[in-house]
Design a protein around this ligand. Structure first.
Ligand code: GDP
Length: 191
């Protein structure tokens, strides 16, 4: 089932979205191995389990958070299911997404370049009001860092994206990532 477009009430299809209860499709993009599945598992289940794969075909996990203004945001989180290897399929995957979380690994400059590729791709083919977040994951591996914090910051600033460094391993900034995204979502008009 297609999820509702962000920021538009979809009562006409019974989707249950209103000004106070948003439902958003969120896609994860980034090189294989940067920690996308681990970020989702940490957020949804509060666990770090590198052996457990959430990536199963065309399915998603969902998690609802409540904001201080009593709005709730239900994230329907789509993991790439290895589609990073099939760039041609990507538009099918991110079509209709309100949020894109583009992840790299701070120990891998290649993954940072790949993240930039995905940003350009979304700027070309994503929905125009998509909220994009750039995430430097594995921040716990600071001795192995090869991408400076400043590089992530500069790039995201130039591209109008939200930026954060996270660790799925230690849980650092994982909830903050999703809370910050929630705050940046356009709101449907109050009726
Ligand atoms: P995906 O292919 O992007 O979904 O990556 P995974 O979530 O499968 O993670 C790939 C590997 O990176 C696994 O071995 C994880 O244990 C490891 N990993 C993921 N997140 C972190 C993190 O924040 N810190 C560290 N040190 N390792 C991580």
């Amino acid at each position: 089932r297609e999820s509702g477009q962000l920021g538009r009430p979809n009562s006409e299809n019974g989707g249950g979205q209103d000004a106070k209860n948003l439902r958003v499709k969120l896609v994860l993009l980034g090189d294989s191995g940067v920690g996308k599945s681990c970020i989702v598992l940490r957020f949804v289940r509060g666990q770090f389990d590198p052996t457990s794969k959430v990536t199963v075909g065309a399915s998603f996990l969902s998690q609802t958070i409540a904001l201080q203004d009593s709005t709730t945001v239900k994230f329907e989180i789509w993991d790439t299911a290895g589609q990073e290897r099939y760039a041609a399929l990507a538009p099918l995957y991110y079509r209709g997404a309100s949020v894109a979380v583009i992840v790299y690994d701070i120990t891998s400059p290649e993954s940072f370049s790949k993240a930039q590729y995905w940003v350009k791709e979304l700027q070309k083919h994503g929905s125009p009001d998509i909220v994009m977040a750039l995430v430097g994951n594995k921040a716990d591996l600071h001795e192995k860092r090869e991408v400076a914090v400043q590089d992530g910051m500069d790039y995201s600033e130039k591209n109008g994206m939200f930026f954060i460094e996270t660790s799925a391993k230690t849980a650092d900034n994982i909830n903050e990532l999703f809370e910050e995204i929630a705050k940046r979502l356009p709101r449907p008009p109050v009726t």
